[in-house]
Design a protein. Structure first.
Length: 319
C-alpha cells in the first residue's frame, strides 16, 4: 500500500491516503461528547408517535413477508421507522464539512449519499468520494472515519475486521441495520440495503447483515499522524476486506471471478439519485450509553497499534 503526502484539506484523492492529525481526532471526540450530552429530550407524545410508526412498519413487514406496505421497483412506501426529517430536523451534525448526522435517542447515523452504480458486480455497497465508485452502489458525502465516529457516538461497539492468516476469521462487531431513503415522483421511498444487492448465485436479494468491524489505523512513525484505513474505499463492504468499517460476517471473495454480489437493477434508482443512508446499530441494552459519551482513541473500540506497522492485514484490499 502506498502512502501519499498528507494534506490538511479533507479532499479525498483516487489513490491518496489521508493522514489524520491526532489533535484533530481529539477535537472530534470532544465534539461528539458535547453534542451527545446536549441532545434534547423529545416529548412523550413524540416518543409515542415514533413507537406507533415503528410498530406499524414491523406489522406491515410481518404481514407481507417483509416486502413492505407498498413495494415496487422503486422501493417501499408507508411509514419509515426512524425520524430523519426532510432537512435532518432533530438530528445533530457531526462535523461541518461532512454530511453526517446522528441521533443518540434513536441510535442512528444518517449520511447523505448518491447512487453511482445500479448494475454490475460489487465489492462495496458504499464508499467515500473518489475511491471505489466503479464497484459501489453509493458514494457517501463524507470521509469514512466520520461514519465510524458517528456509530461510536450513538453507542455502537466495533469488533475486528476479517482475518485471513493463518485461517479465515469473519469480521465481528455490533450488527448494523442499513436503510435507504430517497424521493421518487414527489413521494418518499425507503428500502433495506439488502434489497439493492443481489446474490449472484441465487438471484435473490442478499440476506446477510453487516457488522461494525471498525477498520484500523496505520501510524506514521515519523510524525505520529494516523491514517484511517477505510479511507481507500472500504466503508460498507459486500466483499471481505481487512480495512472495512462495516463488513459481512460471512466469507465473501473479493476476487473478480468469485464476487458473490451485484447491484439489483430492478431496485436501485437511477444514477445521481440523492439517498439518505441510515445506519442503525443493534445495541444490547446493557451496552446502550446513558450520556452518549463515545470511547476515546486507544480504548477497546480501537485496537492498540504499533508505530510504523499496519495493524490489520491489507493484503486483501483490492483496487
Amino acid at each position: 500500500m502506498k502512502h501519499g503526502n498528507f494534506s490538511r484539506k479533507w479532499k479525498v484523492r483516487p489513490s491518496a491516503i489521508r493522514f489524520i492529525d491526532l489533535t484533530f481526532i481529539g477535537l472530534l471526540w470532544a465534539m461528539c461528547v458535547q453534542v451527545g450530552l446536549c441532545q434534547t429530550v423529545e416529548t412523550q407524545a413524540e416518543e409515542t408517535q415514533t413507537e406507533q410508526e415503528a410498530t406499524q412498519v414491523e406489522k406491515t413487514e410481518t404481514e407481507d413477508g417483509g416486502k413492505g406496505k407498498e413495494k415496487s421497483s422503486a422501493g417501499r412506501e408507508g411509514p419509515f421507522k426512524y425520524k430523519i426529517g426532510s432537512e435532518h430536523k432533530g438530528l445533530r451534525r457531526l462535523m461541518p464539512d461532512h454530511d453526517v448526522w446522528f441521533d443518540v435517542k434513536q441510535k442512528i447515523v444518517v449520511a447523505n449519499s448518491e447512487v453511482v452504480l445500479n448494475r454490475g458486480p460489487l465489492e462495496m455497497f458504499a464508499c467515500p468520494p473518489n475511491t471505489k465508485e466503479h464497484e459501489s452502489i453509493l458514494r457517501v458525502k463524507s470521509a469514512a472515519f466520520v461514519i465510524h465516529a458517528g456509530l461510536l457516538a450513538v453507542g455502537a461497539k466495533s469488533g475486528h475486521p476479517v482475518k485471513f492468516d493463518p485461517d479465515y476469521e469473519p469480521a465481528t462487531g455490533n450488527v448494523v441495520d442499513i436503510y435507504l431513503v430517497w424521493e421518487l415522483d414527489g413521494k418518499t421511498r425507503w428500502a433495506k440495503a439488502q434489497d439493492w444487492v443481489l446474490n449472484s448465485q441465487t438471484r435473490k436479494p442478499m440476506k446477510t447483515h453487516w457488522v461494525f468491524a471498525g477498520s484500523g489505523y496505520w501510524v506514521n512513525p515519523d510524525n505520529g499522524t494516523r491514517n484511517y484505513l477505510a479511507e481507500t474505499g472500504e466503508l460498507i463492504c459486500v466483499s471481505n476486506f481487512s480495512t472495512a468499517t462495516l463488513d459481512l460476517p460471512v466469507e465473501s471473495s473479493q476476487a473478480n471471478a468469485g464476487l458473490l454480489f451485484e447491484a439489483n437493477p430492478d431496485q436501485v434508482p437511477p444514477k445521481g439519485t440523492p439517498v439518505k443512508l441510515v445506519l442503525a446499530p443493534q445495541i444490547p441494552k446493557k451496552e446502550a450509553p446513558k450520556d452518549a459519551v463515545p470511547k476515546k482513541p486507544g480504548s477497546q473500540d480501537e485496537p492498540a497499534k504499533e508505530e510504523g506497522e499496519i495493524d490489520s492485514d491489507d493484503s486483501g484490499a483490492g483496487d
